[in-house]
Design a protein around this ligand. Sequence first.
Ligand code: NAP
Length: 336
Amino acid sequence: MKGMLATRRPLGRSAVTVCRIALGCGNFGGIGSAPEFFGQGLSEDQAVELMDAAWERGITHFDTADAYGGGRSEVWIGRWIRSRGVRPQLTTKTYNPMQARADRGLRPERIARQLRMSLERLGVEHVELYLAHEFDPQVPLPESFGAFDQAQAEGTIRAYGVSNFDAPQLAAALAAGEPQAIQNSYSLLARQDSRELLALCAERDVGYLAFSPLAGGWLTGKYRRGEPFPAGSRMTQRPGPYQGFVAGQTFDALDRLQAIASSRDTSMAGLALAWLLADARVTQIVIGPGRPEHLAIAGEALERPLTDKERIAVEGALAAGAGRGTERGTDTEAKR
Ligand SMILES: NC(=O)c1ccc[n+]([C@@H]2O[C@H](COP(=O)([O-])OP(=O)(O)OC[C@H]3O[C@@H](n4cnc5c(N)ncnc54)[C@H](OP(=O)(O)O)[C@@H]3O)[C@@H](O)[C@H]2O)c1
């Protein structure tokens, strides 16, 4: 797995290159950016165990945000970096409030302040990628991008981009500045970007980073028709964003995916990741393991790439179940 992860790809038109799989740290000290879950999610000890295991396997890019766990995610990554004496590549983001009722958004002064605080928490002088975590209808994009341009010129960020933007919003962003990447929810069960947005990325050379590649755990097969959700699983903690998946159509699609996985002797989750890796338009996938054993599927996906025939079969099997869940994952601060 290490050798395969060492293969890097250019991030859009930026000077940054990234590996295909990044460790998502959205569950460190919370569940995404929702203040009502700050202090929950993984503990610092669990996060350290996960970062050690990921690093050991060759996953050297970590994805976080200022508001993940109300700042805990960045603080714990920073402590881990100092204690281990290593430097992963880092993506961080801003938009969401750091606590209930705190300010939010993409005003230039806020961006400058939030970036300064992120660098402080992480204990680094720059991050490789800085993202606008959401579209902000209150602030003209050129103003926000002005702050990103300035940070890039000062060397505190190497590349910038956007997240949770749809195709018209990305087109507007490309007219307003030079975003080099976009991070959106994309998986076999959430394929809203598959046509317009991914085509725009390919055409304008924007790096595409897929988050929630397992649709919040649904593509592992852990949720079963007519059975209670497993204790401690995301559906028992923060079901809101995934409620649309609780439908017979999804379970039917997952049954078909399981049959394909069994026929090639791989896990359903490994197959779902392999499907994303097989798409040349997807620059990187951001996985969200809950514990070290969950990392095994990344190795499986890299070591067992899909043939074209398998890719078509997988897409056909999931066609009817796709698109019922969230487009935004767990990062919005409001409960759904
Ligand atoms: N830009 C954004 O707005 C945005 C939004 C969401 C996420 N993200 C980023 O993307 C990362 C990944 O997102 P995600 O957590 O939604 O990804 P995901 O991989 O779709 O879902 C992760 C969940 O799936 C389950 N899981 C993962 N690997 C498993 C395995 N091998 N076996 C069984 N269950 C497994 C775990 O669920 P249980 O907890 O139930 O065990 C875990 O919490 C986040 O950490 C964050 O860095 C960004």
